[in-house]
Ligand binder design. Structure first.
Ligand code: GDP
Length: 237
């Protein structure tokens, strides 16, 4: 009997330790949302030139070549709404798209999807980098309707310092964000899961609470429903 009690205690301890972890890692977004229309609105050189902040907006950012355009096109189910990257770092514009979507309960939502210029270009000058940083920081801090920033991370690689630095900066700026690990189809599930876990563990060294995260493939449409449910849940609150 005593042995069972010990076992129970040990299990309780494990449950207590794992509970918060499981709720963060495996939260299931349940609301199904469909995109009705998604259209390009405007590209702005700075936050003050962006469209009126009259609806919630969800922005996407990440290193060049991380798969941002592919992910946006996958979400809206269009071939080329977001242009696949041109010359790295040249066009530093904030691109707004008007989206009309609806959930399974018949509720409709109008929101902005925002494609932000990427970071981590190897070939840009120091001054271009500085102006990008200023522009992004201004956007993040000033854009009052920003409901969530999706930070894209290439799921094929081990944690990269440039991504960790950017995410840690978001913490300091107190912006609501989540992580999207891309290109999951390009590696085995085990490798991607290992990379995701390593990234989350790196964050844990400095963060008390971990941000939500998603694993996606633009080729296989992986993660699309979860991302849209997450957006719907935020739009619903
Ligand atoms: P961006 O520069 O971040 O907008 O990246 P792109 O969307 O242009 O993608 C960069 C490259 O990665 C392109 O060749 C895409 O076809 C490829 N790519 C993007 N997402 C995926 C994905 O989920 N799976 C695979 N296999 N390739 C992808």
């Amino acid at each position: 009997m005593r042995i069972f009690r010990h076992l129970a205690k040990i299990t309780d301890i494990f449950v207590e330790i794992l509970k918060p972890k499981f709720s963060q890692y495996f939260r299931i977004w349940s609301l199904i949302m469909n995109i009705h229309t998604a259209t390009y609105v405007i590209s702005s050189p700075e936050v003050d030139k962006c469209p009126k902040a009259d609806r919630p907006e969800f922005a996407f950012i990440g290193r060049s070549n991380v798969g941002k355009s592919s992910l946006i096109n996958m979400i809206v189910q269009q071939k080329s709404l977001a242009k696949t990257s041109g010359t790295p770092g040249k066009t530093q514009l904030i691109n707004h798209f008007d989206v009309l979507s609806g959930d399974e309960k018949g509720q409709q939502y109008r929101w902005y999807l925002v494609d932000l210029p990427g970071y981590g270009f190897a070939k840009v000058s120091q001054s271009q980098r500085k102006s990008w940083e200023k522009m992004i920081e201004n956007y993040i801090v000033k854009r009052e309707n920003l409901a969530n920033l999706f930070v894209l991370i290439d799921g094929r690689h081990k944690p990269q310092q440039v991504d960790l630095d950017f995410v840690n900066k978001l913490g300091r700026l107190r912006v609501p964000f989540s992580l999207v690990f891309t290109k999951a189809d390009k590696e085995t599930q085990k490798i991607v899961a290992g990379n995701v876990d390593a990234f989350m563990r790196s964050l844990k060294e400095t963060w008390a609470e971990l941000p939500p995260h998603f694993v996606t493939s633009a080729v296989k449409f992986t993660g699309r429903n979860k991302l849209l449910s997450f957006i719907a849940e935020i739009l619903n609150t």
